[in-house]
Design a protein around this ligand. Structure first.
Ligand SMILES: [Cu+2]
Length: 140
């Protein structure tokens, strides 16, 4: 089932990559970490909560104006080359296509960067991108 899901996701990414343009973000949309700050020292497992303003967080696939869903980048960035494409899905790019607004992370000890990126119903970042600040955390 997991394999089928990732194949289906891959197909969706291919379709999204070729067929959909980027949409402008909802006016004034912001995303941010609401319970963790830059420089935080934590122990796994720990909860990361995603805040949003000016956008309604929904599940993926709806494509209703004014909505989007969260993506969490862990030790990753999106560059200008990623613009216009669906955000990849892997351990560094986590999708919350169910409309989730938090996640419990279980990371090995180390230093990590975390950043939120708001995506549209097709998992494509808005243009201009709506992201949180990129924060650095230390997992003990
Ligand atoms: Cu997504």
């Amino acid at each position: 089932m997991r394999a089928l899901k990732s194949i289906l996701f891959g197909v969706a990414v291919l379709v999204a990559s070729s067929a959909w343009a980027q949409s402008p973000p909802p006016p004034g949309a912001k995303v941010f970490f609401s319970n963790i700050q830059d420089g935080a020292v934590v122990k796994s497992p720990f909860l990361v909560q995603f805040g949003a303003e000016g956008v309604k967080i929904t599940r993926a696939g709806l494509n209703i104006p004014g909505t989007g869903h969260h993506h969490l980048l862990i030790n990753a960035v999106l560059t200008s080359e990623d613009k216009g494409y669906a955000i990849p899905e892997d351990s560094h790019h986590r999708h919350f296509g169910g409309g989730q607004t938090e996640v419990e992370l279980n990371l090995d000890p180390g230093t990590y960067s975390l950043m939120l990126v708001l995506g549209d119903g097709d998992h494509v970042p808005f243009e201009p991108m709506v992201t949180s600040d990129k924060i650095t955390i230390i997992v003990e």
